[in-house]
Design a protein around this ligand. Structure first.
Ligand SMILES: NC(=O)c1ccc[n+]([C@@H]2O[C@H](COP(=O)([O-])OP(=O)(O)OC[C@H]3O[C@@H](n4cnc5c(N)ncnc54)[C@H](OP(=O)(O)O)[C@@H]3O)[C@@H](O)[C@H]2O)c1
Length: 334
C-alpha cells in the first residue's frame, strides 16, 4: 500500500466522531475520510455532507461490506464497541476503537485474536499517547534510562446528575472508571511498561456524590508497590488537570489538560527543558496519522499505543469494578 492514502470510515456519528472527522479531514496527510455510518440515515447524510465524505451509510453492516474501506474508527459509546469491532474485524478492516476499547479482558483477547487472524490492526483510541510532546517525553525517559518513582494524575469534570446521560447510566457502562479513569490509568501503566516496572493491583476507594447514583462517580486508585501512583477520576468533581511524574533525579509536569499533552516541563539533574512541539489540529490527527502510517507500512501492531497497555488497563478497570460490587457496569448492551 506504500504511497497510498488510507481510506477511513467512521461508525457511530456522535460528539467525538465530529471532532475526529474535523482533524482527519484537515490535518492528516496520509489518510482521508471516505465513508460514515450511523443507525440514522439522516445523521449519516448530514455528517457526510458536513465533512465531505463520499459515502453515507445508514447501517454498520453496509459499511462493513464496502471493499473500499481500509480502516474504521468506532465512535459509538462503549457498550457497543464489542459488536462493532467484531463486525468490522470480521470484514477485514483495520479498527481504531474509542476508549475504553472494551470493558473486559475476555472481550479484548477475543477481538485481538480476531484481528491477528484477519491480519489487521486493532488499536484503542488513546489519543494522549500519540501527541508529539508525549512521544518526546517517552523518548527522553527511555534514552536516559530515567527511574520513575511516582505518578499523580487525575481526570475529572463536574456533570449534573442525569441517568439519561450514558455516564450516569448503569445499563450503558456508566461511571468514572470507564469514562475517564481509563486516561490516567493508561498514563500510569504506560510509564510502568516504558520503565520496566511491574504493575501491582491498586487499593481503591470510590464515592457517590448523588445518593441515587448506581455508578462510581469519583474513584481513587492508590498504587503502593512498584511506581507509586495516585490516580483519580470523577464525573461529579473538577479535578487537577496537570500530571506530575517524579523520580530521584527528575520532576516532570505535563500541563493542563495533561491528557492533551501540549506543554511538558522536565527538570532533570539541575537542568530545565520544555517540551512543546507545535501542533495544528484538535488532537485526533496524531493517532489517525500514526495508524495510517502503520497500515501503509503493513505493520501489525503499534509500538506507541500498545496492545499490552490497553489489556492491562482493561484488566485493572475490570478487577476494580468487580471487587467494588460494580460488576454490572461491565456488561455490554445487546
Ligand atoms: N477520545 C476522546 O477524546 C473522547 C472524548 C469523549 C468520548 N470518547 C469516547 O467516545 C465514545 C463516544 O462518545 P460520544 O461522546 O461521542 O458519544 P455520543 O455522542 O453520546 O454517542 C456516539 C454514538 O454512539 C451511538 N449511541 C449512543 N447512544 C446509543 C444507544 N443508547 N444505543 C445505541 N447506540 C448509541 C450513536 O451512534 P449512531 O450515530 O449510529 O446512532 C451515537 O451517535 C465513547 O466510548 C467515549 O468514551 C472519547
Amino acid at each position: 500500500m506504500s504511497g497510498h492514502r488510507v481510506s477511513w470510515a467512521i461508525a457511530g456519528l456522535g460528539k467525538i466522531a465530529h471532532r475526529f472527522a474535523e482533524d482527519l479531514t484537515k490535518h492528516v496527510a496520509n489518510g482521508y475520510l471516505y465513508a460514515v455510518a450511523s443507525r440514522s440515515e439522516k445523521r449519516s447524510q448530514m455528517f457526510a455532507e458536513h465533512h465531505d465524505a463520499e459515502k453515507a451509510y445508514a447501517s454498520y453492516q453496509d459499511l462493513a461490506n464496502d471493499p473500499n474501506v481500509d480502516a474504521v474508527y468506532i465512535a459509538t459509546i462503549h457498550p457497543f464497541h464489542y459488536d462493532m469491532a467484531k463486525l468490522f474485524l470480521s470484514a477485514g478492516k483495520h479498527v481504531l476503537v474509542e476508549k475504553p476499547a472494551f470493558t473486559t479482558v475476555k472481550d479484548w483477547d477475543e477481538m485481538q485474536n480476531l484481528a491477528s487472524e484477519k491480519e489487521v490492526l486493532l488499536i484503542e483510541a488513546m489519543k494522549s499517547v500519540a501527541f508529539p510532546a508525549y512521544q518526546s517525553l517517552r523518548q527522553f525517559i527511555r534514552q536516559n534510562h530515567i527511574e520513575i518513582t511516582s505518578i499523580e494524575a487525575a481526570f475529572g469534570n463536574w456533570h449534573e446528575f442525569d441517568t439519561k446521560q450514558q455516564i450516569f447510566n448503569p445499563d450503558l457502562c456508566g461511571g468514572a472508571t470507564l469514562d475517564v479513569g481509563v486516561y490516567p490509568l493508561w498514563l500510569y501503566v504506560d510509564i510502568c511498561h516504558l520503565t520496566g516496572s511491574d504493575v501491582f493491583p491498586p487499593k481503591v476507594n470510590y464515592w457517590q456524590d448523588n445518593p441515587e447514583s448506581e455508578v462510581d462517580e469519583t474513584i481513587e486508585f492508590s498504587f503502593k508497590q512498584g511506581i507509586k501512583g495516585n490516580i483519580k477520576a470523577s464525573i461529579t468533581q473538577n479535578l487537577e488537570r496537570s500530571a506530575i511524574i517524579l523520580g530521584p533525579d527528575i520532576k516532570i509536569i505535563i500541563h493542563e489538560k495533561w491528557w492533551n499533552p501540549i506543554k511538558i516541563d522536565v527538570f532533570y539533574k539541575g537542568e530545565h527543558r520544555v517540551i512543546s512541539p507545535a501542533i495544528t489540529g484538535g488532537g485526533f490527527e496524531h493517532e489517525a496519522t500514526h495508524i495510517s502510517e502503520l497500515i501503509i507500512n503493513n505493520e501489525i501492531s503499534s509500538p506507541l499505543i500498545t496492545a499490552k497497555t490497553s489489556r492491562k488497563v482493561i484488566d485493572i478497570m475490570e478487577q476494580t469494578l468487580r471487587s467494588q460490587g460494580l460488576g454490572k457496569l461491565l456488561a455490554r448492551a445487546d
